[in-house]
Design a protein around this ligand. Sequence first.
Ligand SMILES: [Zn+2]
Length: 252
Amino acid sequence: MNPIALHAANPGPMTGTGNWTWLIPGRVPTLIDAGVGETPHLAALDEALGGAALRQVLVTHAHSDHAAGASAIAARTPGVRFRKMPWPARDSRWPVRWERLADGDRIEAGDEHLTVVHTPGHAPDHLCFWHAETRTLFGGDLVIEGTTVYIPASLQGDLAASLASLERVLALVPARILPAHGSAIDDPVRLLREYLEHRREREAQILDALRHGAHDPDAIVARETVIAHLEKLEHERRAARRGDVWTIINGD
Ligand SMILES: [Zn+2]
């Protein structure tokens, strides 16, 4: 399987340098994620298809940088199917007929098959697509190399679900993750472990802040930020700690 990376041409504050979508050419030309309908993305898609008709778009989740391009693709490609796990409140934003995917579904894509893996956390409808023969996972927003993935509590993000999803994907022992943001991940087991470790560390820090009397999110964030600075100063030998008491080191 030779997926082709097509950039969605949508850099911005929420997407960083922008999204990657993945075209799987073959008998059932399949695009993973819709982008947002930017002209350069649509042109790159046409060129990569080389005259073949796109048959389906598999959408990892209903955040707009992954789903909004469905309208533009539908307008240009009669008969193309749009498939995702339902999140009705969000899906209705885009005037296409979404077909339902569920965990464990086997989908024909290109000349092969992908298996649907439900990976909620970042979004309740989040799916990854697994190609078992090459141990390749199309990862959507599950993990991003070099940064963390935002879990938006106000948009049904769910940290516990995210941890379970990371564990589940780790158990697949993927050889490669092709994400929607950042570079392709050639060492996914390491990155998945780092994510799990990072989330556990954050949890420990938050419990520690609660124990020390920070009782609302702003106070917890403030305490964590200050401690991070103090630890940097300690590392630079500009501050010293005795228990919870910090002092400046002479010369600063
Ligand atoms: Zn997202």
